[in-house]
Design a protein around this ligand. Structure first.
Ligand SMILES: [Cu+2]
Length: 719
């Protein structure tokens, strides 16, 4: 009876609409009646609008997750890849529009050149394949034949990629009129031996744009540099990493201390473990336990966390949960048990935005117990990727009371491999090298390839994949590790490169950024024995497949826990807030470079709180305190809120356990591997399956150091 009360036109509209509904629901575009966490339709769904001649036609283009073993699917040069499905309705018979027999979909750059045919489409859902451009249009035309190679027919539908909404910043603050500053203006510069703020330098690649209201600001915290006022000449120069082989039961003394580094002509005071940058590479066998006596000789309280290692809870180094901080001059003894094979790393879990960035990082390489776990290689090499933010006179200071760079995280402007700016390696032609890669940067996601050499993905955070696969490059978020086998086929120079598309927010556009991180030279006699044939084969790791099979019954279960990653903004400088508002029109899934050094610098932990929210209870950050039983298998759904004012990708890390990344945006992972850190692009939803295999109180948090320091952590207990 209630329906009859509705006005007739509305009822009719409703009827027409429901008659037009596609039969199958679109996972990315259907926003109505969706309960729980879901991917952002705003970022992963394009609306296709009809020409006036076809008023009943319409549809959407779903920007689905493209197949990739990494958390974000990128082209070799760093553009976002999408697996596109068109969902169309109301298209009339093509012949009703002229001498046409079919509809064809196309993708085009914003300038309409180039144009690429996607394929024949009709009413309903059609998967049309991949688009790997950062900004693009999708359109549908009526054509005389499905075999056409160029668009000649009649335009029917058209849509713009969400990235086209990116806006030019321009300036809202009228010149001559002072912007309201809040607490940020006129921050007092301490004198004497305390450090002064050094502005992050402008990037030479970009246009210099005056930023009224921004240019004279400094972060609303006091600047910190280690041992300010100390004569740098009195410090020992940091030494390169050494390899320390430890047998079961061995003891290592590990001391964090001050060192001198010379990078790009600037003398810097930094930190190091045992005087080395990176810290000593610990080589151990799976199943062994070593004792590490940590001594803190730096000027801040510290502790050591053994990232990814499923060790005893008391040795996890999680300050405030498993131990008190180790004061300057203090010591702490860790028992580190290596249950799993693979590549791991250690770093402080106190003000990692400062300590990790200044050099307190080291790797642990755990050799598998299982013989023949890896394919044959001539050598192994451990590469640690990092970046450092240098101003004209030295390090850009850190925040004393809380971190700077709270929104974006602290992107550096000098990229480092194993602590240095010029990684060099000499190999023989035909040599196969197994690389163990770790990203220890505060916020930068690396996209690393070796030009001219084939790269085979073998493993990730905790051991090997179910099967090996070829990759063009490796996408590593902070704290993630990957293992690749690389063969250098012929004599020559091979560049190790980071290739990304950076975003110029001033003009609202993408631009390519290529950094040569190092050079590998293949020279001399050919490598023997020749591993060419074995390298060409992709192995299936039966032991890993069998291990994971036992968890498959849980894959389709509804999530046990749901987490939302979001942001609360406080009192930011007015001009900064204006820029953030403009950026809010579009957020790229993963921003791969820091292109706004001044803006990024200004936000501190005082004006922004990053939030990890339990959807069932509404509890946030350290109020989240989940309880699990030992042996329980738990499915956690995590969504990265696109609707916050400044969304960012977040690498989420769970301490002490291992998990499988079951899906991104509902698309199941095709090749699984055990992990401890998963990157959530903006607007993304992932399902992870955690094996609660290790008792104790554990942290879960974002591994962007500045996000962690501004709230983004919770905890769980396994009993
Ligand atoms: Cu984060």
């Amino acid at each position: 009876m209630a329906a009859l009360a509705l006005p007739l036109p509305l009822l009719l509209t409703g009827l027409v609409l429901s008659a037009r509904q596609p039969l199958r629901r679109s996972p990315l575009c259907d926003t109505a009646d969706r309960a729980g966490l879901h991917p952002s339709a705003d970022l992963y769904c394009m609306e296709l609008l009809a020409r006036p001649e076809v008023p009943d036609a319409g549809g959407t283009a779903e920007l689905g997750r493209a197949d990739s073993p990494f958390d974000v699917a990128l082209t070799p040069d760093g553009s976002q890849r999408y697996d596109v499905t068109l969902d169309l309705h109301g298209l009339p018979a093509p012949s009703s529009l002229g001498a046409f027999t079919t509809y064809v979909a196309w993708a085009a750059a914003p300038s309409l050149d180039p144009v690429r045919k996607l394929g024949v489409v009709r009413n309903g859902r059609t998967r049309v394949g991949e688009v790997g451009w950062d900004k693009f249009l999708i359109f549908v035309t009526a054509e005389p034949s499905g075999a056409v190679t160029e668009q000649r027919g009649r335009l029917v539908l058209r849509g713009l990629s969400p990235s086209i909404r990116m806006q030019q910043h321009g300036m809202d603050v009228p010149s001559g009129e002072p912007a309201p500053h809040g607490t940020h203006a006129g921050h007092e510069m301490p004198g004497g031996t305390t450090p002064r703020w050094v502005m992050p330098p402008h990037r030479p690649q970009q246009r210099m744009v005056p930023m009224p209201g921004i240019d004279e600001l400094v972060p609303a915290v006091s600047p910190f540099l280690p041992m300010a006022g100390l004569d740098v000449a009195t410090l020992p120069e940091a030494r390169p990493r050494t390899v320390v082989r430890l047998a079961d039961g061995d003891t290592l003394d590990l001391t964090a201390s001050l060192v001198r580094r010379t990078i790009n002509g600037r003398q810097l005071v930094m930190y190091a473990y045992n005087g080395q940058q990176p810290g000593p590479l610990l080589q151990v066998r799976q199943g062994s336990t070593v004792i590490v006596r940590f001594h803190n000789a730096i000027d801040l309280p510290s502790a050591v966390h053994w990232h990814g290692v499923r060790l005893e809870n008391a040795s996890d180094g999680a300050v405030g949960i498993t131990q008190e901080e180790v004061p300057a001059g203090g010591s702490f003894t860790y028992r580190v048990h290596f249950r799993d094979e693979g590549i791991y790393w250690y770093h402080p879990h106190v003000r990692e935005d400062i300590q990790q960035d200044l050099g307190l990082t080291g790797n642990m390489l755990v050799a598998p117990q299982r013989p023949g776990a890896f394919g044959p290689a001539h050598r192994e090499d451990v590469l640690m990727f990092d970046d450092l933010l240098l101003g004209d006179t030295g390090l850009v200071p850190f925040g004393t009371e809380s971190p700077t760079h709270t929104l974006m995280g602290r992107f550096g402007n000098v990229l480092l491999v194993n602590g240095g700016t010029s990684y060099r390696q000499q190999v023989r032609p035909g040599e196969v090298v197994r690389y163990f890669l770790t990203n220890v940067s505060n916020t930068r996601t690396f996209h690393v390839g070796i030009r001219g050499a084939r790269m085979k993905l073998v493993g990730a955070d905790i051991g090997r994949y179910e099967q090996e696969q070829w990759v063009d490059a490796v996408t590593l978020a902070p704290a993630q590790r990957y293992i690749v086998d690389v063969r250098f086929p012929a004599p020559g120079r091979y560049a190790l490169v980071n290739r990304v598309q950076a975003i110029d927010h001033m003009i609202g556009n993408f631009f390519p950024e290529v950094d040569t991180l190092g050079v590998i030279t293949a020279t001399g006699a050919r490598a023997t024995p020749d591993h060419g044939a074995a390298f060409a084969r992709l192995r299936i790791n039966r032991d890993v497949v069998d291990d994971i099979v036992a968890f498959r019954p849980w894959f389709e279960r509804p999530p046990d826990k749901e987490l939302l990653l979001t942001l609360r903004l406080g009192d930011l400088p007015y001009a900064l807030m204006q820029m953030i508002r403009k950026d809010a029109a579009y957020a790229h899934p993963v921003e791969l470079s820091g292109t706004m050094p001044m803006m990024d610098w200004l936000s501190t932990g005082r004006d922004a709180t990053w939030v990890l929210r339990d959807m069932a209870t509404g509890h946030e950050n350290m109020d989240v305190h989940w309880q699990f039983r030992l042996g329980e298998v738990v499915k956690i759904r995590i969504a990265n809120d696109r609707t916050s004012l400044h969304p960012m990708p977040h690498p989420i890390h769970l301490h002490g356990q291992r998990f499988l990344v079951l899906s991104h945006n509902g698309v199941p992972g095709a090749n699984l591997v055990w992990k401890d850190t998963v990157l959530l692009p903006v607007g993304d939803v992932v399902d992870v399956l955690v094996e609660m295999s290790n008792p104790g109180k554990w942290m879960m948090h974002c591994h962007i150091a500045e996000h962690l320091q501004s709230g983004m952590m919770g905890m769980f207990e396994v009993r």
